[in-house]
Each structure stands twice: as structure tokens, then as C-alpha cells.
Design a protein around this ligand. Structure first.
Ligand SMILES: Cc1ncc(COP(=O)(O)O)c(C=O)c1O
Length: 449
């Protein structure tokens, strides 16, 4: 039972009214249903969101995997405010500003030693598509222009731009848009019946990774640019890489001239116990994408981190004075985003948040595992500060998960659901009491389904 003191409600400002909702088209939301029964957050502080009536909702999803340091961080707000007054914008092509170089230095210090070049973008989807372009440009620079295919995985999520959609292995995100980007093939995902309710990393990883060999044998290594995976598949239900899986992918990629990309949009910034999952699992990818927690969710920002040999092949291989990589966005390395990211990195360092996450992880995973006793729970997976809980489908696939998510909001808990899976990604500033409250609300709500 939670020992948390009752959370005081926040009063809405006098005269605040719910807007009409007629004009905004909401992403990944059943619009008509939402507008008939809206679920709004009006403010956020610390570990809580607050609805317009001031009711507290515990944030066990770190927003959308974005906000491990908790909401309303004054340090970030102050940095953003000061930056807006000092330098609100810099054109990102042929001009730059000092803070982006400082941020690149800070990120390079957190990344695995062999990866220290940063290309800044504004979302996870942009990071993924940028990484794909870097892989293609690298293969071309190395004299292998025929390597244009990508290998990814079923049950992968790599964002919603065209490259990322093609990489993703989620039918609903693909079926309405046809097979527009060609040349992407998918390995099997890493969920296995025999690993149900496994704690930590499950078994049989090397065998599952050999699926990459099957695709190489089918399509020819000489046609494949890169293999892209989330180290822990996050938004499709927390698929923890089985023992030896990522290591074996690395071996196969190296032996076949294929780049290995880790999409760490969720895993990055301490979620798996180290700054990046590449470090948690001791595997060296050639590229790492990151987003979300880079600014603690306060301002959009993302990046692609690139190993020296990849960067150098493209940049040093171009003629003098030439633009080496024809790519970039208006908002790349926006000064306000850089200021927010630097402030977030200061918080992570000064409050030892990655260490705190590591320390809390054992208790968190242990408590989540107790939900196994509920008859509707069919599997639980977790690693570091992320866990997925599958509930038995009832009616159409995803319906029960959808109902669960709505009831959780009513019962004062925020997390993401995908299909019939509830995904927990607690803030690193959670205490054991917050974990207890999360598990208690989940238990009661799942039991009531
Ligand atoms: C692994 C992964 N890649 C890419 C993305 C896309 O990020 P964004 O929504 O910022 O475009 C996400 C979003 O959840 C993600 O989890």
C-alpha cells in the first residue's frame, strides 16, 4: 500500500474554459471519441500531471518516455527563457552558434567512446530518417552504391516519417500508406513463448539474431546498407533483447559490411541504467539515434550520433569546399533546444539521475512482477526503468488495452498502452512510494477490467 501523502490538487485559473476542440486533428487518437470524452492535462509538476479540475495523475510513463527528471523543472525553464532573449534563432545552414558545439561535446562524453559526432534534428522520426540517409551516404562513399536495403524487425517502432514507417513493424502504421519506401526487410521480433515472464534478459538471443543471416542469404549482403534495431523495443511492448542477441547482430553486421544502427529514442539517457543501451548491453553500434529525454521533454530536439569511421568516410571523402552531406532542417540545433538540452544534462549529472534509475530499477521490476498473479496478465517483461505488462485480449485486439488506459486516467495513473500492453517507464525521480502507488493503481484497475 502506498505511503504517499495525498497530493494537493491544483486549482484551475479563474475563468479557464475548455476550448471548442473543433479545429485540432489529434495524432494517434480516435478523434471523435476523444472529443466526446476528452482527457486533458492542464499542468504538470514533479511526478504528477494535473487535469483541468486540478486532480493529480501520477506520471508512470515519464510523459512519453520524455521526462525522467520530473515536470516543471525550473532550471530548464530558466535556460530556455534566457536563451530566447540572448539568441532566439540561428539559421542552421552555413551558420552556427556556440551552444550546439557545447552540447555535442557534452553528448560525446556520455556516448560510447567510438561514437562522437552529433547531427542535430528535432524529433525521433527525423533522427531515424537522418540515420538512414547517413547509412546510404556512407555506403556510397565506400564505393558500395548498391547497398540500399535496410533490415529492421517486426514489432519495431521507428517513428512516422516515410523511412521510419518502412522500418517499423506495426501494421496499423503502414497499411494506410502502401509500400512507398521499398527495400526494407524485417527480421522476426524477439518475443518467444518460452521466455514468458522471464526476468531480466531472456534466453536464446544468438539463435534469434541468426534471422539476420537468413535475410542476408536471401537478399545478398552486397545490397544491404544497414540493420536498424531498438536495443529494447519500447513502444511495441518492451521486448528486452535476449542474451547474446545484440552481440550476434554486431558480429553478423561486421562480417558482412552492414552498418548497425541502435534506435535509442526511448533507451537513451539512462532508461536502461547507463547513458545509452549500447553501454548497458556492451555492444558497439555504428550509429545511435536519440530524442525525447535529451531535453527532459521540455522542447523538441533529437540527434544522430555517428561513429568516427562513418562520419569520416562521408565528410573526409568529399572534395574540398563541398557540402559533404546534403541534409538538414530549419530547426536543426535550434538554440533554444540546445539550451534546454544542456540544462537537462546538468540535472541528470548533478542529481545522479542515471544512478538513481539504476538503484530503483530492481525494486521497480520486482514490484511490477507481482502483477503476474492477476489472471488477465499474460506476460511481463522489463529491464532498467521500463516494463511491459500484457493483458489478455478481450474482443478485438487492443480493445482491452484501450479500456485499461482510459480507466487508468480516471484512477489517477498515466502510462502508454500499445495494443493490449501497458508500458511503464517511471520517472527517475520516483521514490519507492511512487512505484508502490503505480503498482497499486495498476493492480486495482487491471482487476476491474
Ligand atoms: C524507438 C523510436 N524511434 C523513433 C520514434 C519517433 O520519435 P518522434 O515521435 O519524436 O518522432 C520513437 C517514438 O516513440 C521511438 O520510440
Amino acid at each position: 500500500m502506498s505511503t504517499l501523502a495525498a497530493v494537493p490538487p491544483f486549482a484551475s485559473p479563474a475563468g479557464a474554459e475548455t476550448p471548442s476542440m473543433k479545429h485540432q486533428w489529434l495524432p494517434f487518437t480516435p478523434n471523435r471519441e476523444f472529443k466526446s470524452d476528452p482527457k486533458l492535462f492542464a499542468r504538470a509538476q514533479g511526478q504528477y500531471f494535473y487535469d483541468p479540475a486540478g486532480r493529480a495523475i501520477l506520471d508512470a510513463g515519464s510523459g512519453l518516455f520524455t521526462t525522467p527528471a520530473g515536470h516543471g523543472r525550473r532550471e530548464i525553464a530558466d535556460a530556455v527563457h534566457a536563451q530566447l532573449l540572448e539568441l532566439d534563432f540561428t539559421p542552421s545552414f552555413l551558420r552556427a552558434h556556440p551552444k550546439s558545439f557545447e552540447l555535442a561535446d557534452r553528448l560525446a562524453a556520455l556516448l560510447p567512446a567510438h561514437i562522437d559526432k552529433l547531427f542535430f534534428v528535432s524529433s525521433g522520426s527525423e533522427a531515424v530518417d537522418t540515420a538512414m540517409k547517413i547509412c546510404l551516404a556512407y555506403q556510397r562513399a565506400k564505393g558500395a552504391p548498391g547497398r540500399t536495403m535496410f533490415v529492421s524487425r517486426e514489432r519495431a517502432y521507428h517513428g512516422v516519417n516515410f523511412g521510419g514507417v518502412a522500418l517499423s513493424g506495426m501494421v496499423n502504421n503502414r497499411r494506410a500508406y502502401g509500400n512507398v519506401v521499398h527495400g526494407v526487410v524485417h527480421m522476426r521480433d524477439t518475443w518467444m513463448e518460452e521466455n514468458r515472464f522471464a526476468s531480466g534478459q531472456p534466453q536464446f538471443g544468438r539463435e534469434r539474431a541468426d534471422d539476420l543471416l537468413r535475410l542476408i542469404q536471401l537478399h545478398g549482403a552486397e545490397n544491404i546498407a544497414a540493420c536498424v534495431v531498438e536495443p529494447v523495443a519500447g513502444s511495441t511492448g518492451v521486448l528486452v533483447p535476449p542474451v547474446g542477441y545484440l552481440e550476434r547482430l554486431r558480429e553478423i553486421c561486421t562480417a558482412n559490411g552492414i552498418l548497425l544502427v541502435f534506435d535509442e529514442v526511448i533507451c537513451g539517457f539512462g532508461r536502461t541504467g547507463e547513458p545509452f543501451a549500447a553501454q548497458s548491453f556492451g555492444v558497439k553500434p555504428d550509429l545511435i539515434t536519440m530524442a525525447k529525454a535529451i531535453t527532459n521533454g521540455a522542447v523538441p530536439m533529437a540527434a544522430v550520433a555517428v561513429a568516427d569511421h562513418v562520419h569520416d568516410a562521408i565528410v573526409n571523402g568529399a572534395p574540398d569546399g563541398a557540402i559533404e552531406f546534403f541534409h538538414g532542417y530549419t530547426w536543426s540545433a535550434h538554440p533554444v533546444s540546445c539550451a534546454a538540452a544542456l540544462a537537462a544534462l546538468d540535472i541528470y549529472r548533478d542529481e545522479r539521475l542515471f544512478e538513481r534509475a539504476r538503484e530503483l530499477s530492481g525494486y521497480f521490476l520486482e514490484q511490477v512482477a507481482t502483477l503476474r498473479e492477476l489472471p488477465t496478465v499474460t506476460d511481463i517483461r522489463g529491464f532498467g526503468m521500463i516494463a511491459g505488462i500484457d493483458v489478455k485480449a478481450d474482443g478485438a485486439p487492443g480493445q482491452r488495452g484501450y479500456d485499461l488506459q482510459k480507466k487508468l486516467f480516471d484512477n489517477g495513473l498515466h502510462l502508454k498502452t500499445t495494443g493490449d500492453c501497458a508500458i511503464l517507464a517511471p520517472q527517475f525521480v520516483f521514490t519507492r512510494e511512487h512505484v508502490d502507488a503505480t503498482v497499486r493503481i495498476l493492480r486495482d484497475t487491471i482487476a476491474s477490467l
